[in-house]
Design a protein around this ligand. Sequence first.
Ligand code: PAF
Length: 301
Amino acid sequence: MTRSVSFALETIRTVAWMKEVARQARAEGRIIGLVPTMGALHEGHLSLIHRARQDCNPVIASIFVNPTQFGPKEDFTKYPRSFESDVAQLSAAGVDSLFAPDAAEIYPNGFHTYVNVEGLSERLEGRSRPGHFRGVATVVLKLLEIVQPHFAYFGRKDAQQAGIVQQLVRDLNLNANIVVCPIVRESDGLALSSRNAYLKPGERRAATVLYRALDTARKEIASGARDALHLQAAMRRVLDAEPLASTDYAEIVDAGTFEPVTQIRRACYALVAAFIGGTRLIDNMLIEPREGAEGDFHVSL
Ligand code: PAF
């Protein structure tokens, strides 16, 4: 597939303009990829762009710090914002267009419609962050409607978010294919997250506890452990032993429904969430049956 050479990244501020750019691309028979972000970009986001570039042309990225997915006591106002460096990174990564609306463009006066993916949105992250997934589902639906991409890319670090988006797409018969991409980690295992920027040096070291907890469960699974309570307790022990961490949850759930399981028999997630100082971090690993080897599981951290 030949790509057009773009000299400057086009930044689109309005819904009308974004729809027109996407409409033209569809009319030309092109495959549109969407990478939704809230900015403060890191290698995790760039891995989504790289993946999108393999499948799509044009690749459209969005930067929108979505106010409706933050609770009243959460970090909306202090969420890291680095628009200029984000644009430079997206441009260097070969993004064709950037959709960066302001809040009034997405939620104009008189806006009253929200989307709620029931059940899935109430567990785990949803229990700790009431209303969070209603905000995520609403803005993602709006982005999918505005851009109408063939493919949209999400990181597996936010596994429950990706599951909710997949459910939304199924339930509302949307056309986008949702692609969930691997977690990108620092060399010591810490999953990349825009919120890592909040960590003070001591906290940064302590933050690897999420990875260490998952890695402990991974080793247990490799030694044959399948009991969810046993694995959860093993992860919790690691998290609780870190003085700077305050554990929110350490759970093994079904990879499709995010319902708790008692035994690992099918694809599952091990999910952990903890406060490191004032910063809430999440991480997970995917546990999947190994093909052709009954009872054996492959783990992706
Ligand atoms: O994962 C994120 O950055 C956000 O939740 C998303 C998907 C861009 C929606 O605001």
